[in-house]
Design a protein around this ligand. Structure first.
Ligand SMILES: Cc1cc2nc3c(=O)[nH]c(=O)nc-3n(C[C@H](O)[C@H](O)[C@H](O)COP(=O)(O)O)c2cc1C
Length: 366
């Protein structure tokens, strides 16, 4: 065993000290993790190309030349084009009626403005590609595709010396992406927050590691402690990709009402459902998810229509800080998120616990 089990090939590839990647929508969290020696990928799928450019500049100014990443979505199921209004008009009356009944039953307030989905990359392929263009133009050091294979941008990214990460939930997707030349595979299990498949983290990471050859594999889904990090490395991963871990950090811009819920939540408070976006997604339970799990509920619509339907509820709840209605993507490891620490501290605690775990297994590492 090398003296430092946390010094992996992912660290060498990305030029980082610790093999921990934070997925976050919050620029302050990203900068804190990067400057503490980890890596961060900023989720930008909801932003216009102009906003993405501004966020990249903001991060770049604060990380003193250290690398950073941007994550976008290119779901294969997204229509080629179409405005928000065009797409909304296609939602069946039966589904509108069901959403209206939920709204009435729980007294869900109207959003304070128009639903903010017109900039969402999952809305149509045209929008998603415009987002990817900015990231390529800006030569962001690492680009990740959270949904859909990034194979289409590999040549352009590699010409610009960019590293390409693909997120997968199945070994066969990993095989295709590795064959296409993706630089790092993030194997994401059912435990994860957000869009996930049905294979558990323990199984998917080992399966992907077995076929990945020299391509680094990163484990995602339910990683919220140093023991998870140590276990991921033992499964064959070169690092971890984490989301839930940062949601309640001091720097995080998640609403305080939701942070408080996260601090007391356990795996049982999450659900894996298509009712938010039309694709299976792990989120905190809320009246919307509970109603769609009931016997009266219609089948959720395909993407992007279900997201257009749920947006009114979600934005209404968020705009009015209705803690009884709000939800957030959260993984099954949420039970270990119990205090509101600075992101830097979270990273150091995970690293220290992982090293202690290895030492507990094999003795002194120095
Ligand atoms: C609030 C939140 C939003 C997310 N949104 C996205 C997203 O837009 N794109 C993406 O690739 N992954 C997204 N994810 C999933 C993460 O990339 C990551 O795979 C997941 O959080 C890992 O599981 P964990 O939360 O158990 O660590 C999101 C996760 C969270 C917590």
């Amino acid at each position: 065993m090398p003296k430092d089990p946390l010094r992996t090939k992912l660290c060498d590839l990305l030029g980082i000290e610790y093999p921990v990647i934070a997925f976050t929508h919050c620029k302050d969290v990203a900068v804190a993790v990067i400057n503490a020696g980890g890596f961060a990928v900023l989720g930008e799928a909801m932003h216009t190309p102009e906003e993405i450019g501004a966020d990249i500049a903001w991060i770049r100014e604060r990380v003193e030349g250290r690398p950073y990443g941007v994550d976008l979505l290119l779901p294969a199921s997204a229509p080629p084009s179409g405005s928000l209004d065009d797409l909304q008009a296609k939602i069946p009356v039966s589904h509108r009626d069901f959403a209206r009944r939920i709204k009435d039953k729980y007294d869900v307030p109207d959003p304070k403005g128009p639903v903010a989905l017109h900039t969402w990359g999952g809305l149509n392929q045209e929008l998603a590609r415009a987002q990817f263009e900015v990231v390529l133009d800006e030569r962001v050091p690492v680009i990740a595709s959270g949904l859909g294979s990034p194979a289409f941008l590999l040549d352009a990214a590699h010409e610009r010396d960019m590293v390409v990460l693909g997120l997968v939930g199945k070994a066969r997707q990993a095989k295709r992406q590795i064959e296409a030349g993706v630089d790092v595979i993030v194997a994401q299990g059912y435990d994860a927050a957000g869009h996930t498949g049905s294979t558990g983290t323990f199984s998917i990471v080992a399966e992907v590691a077995a076929i990945a050859g020299d391509t680094p594999v990163v484990a995602a889904g339910g990683v919220t402690t140093g023991r998870h990090l140590a276990a991921a490395l033992c499964l064959g991963a070169s690092g971890v990709w984490t989301g839930t871990l940062w949601l309640a950090s001091r720097e995080s811009d998640v609403d305080m009402v939701v942070k408080e819920r996260l601090l007391t939540a356990t795996a049982d408070d999450t659900t894996h459902s298509k009712c938010i976006s039309g694709m299976t997604m792990r989120v905190l339970k809320c009246p919307w998810t509970e109603e769609w799990a009931g016997p009266e509920a219609p089948d959720p619509l395909s993407p992007p229509y279900q997201m257009l339907l749920s947006a009114d509820y979600i934005q209404g709840a968020n705009d009015h800080h209705r803690g009884d209605l709000m939800t957030e993507a959260a993984g099954q490891g949420v039970g270990f998120v119990t205090s509101m620490k600075p992101a830097r501290q979270i990273l150091f605690d995970v690293v220290e616990e992982a090293l202690d775990t290895f030492e507990g297994l094999v003795g002194d590492l120095t």
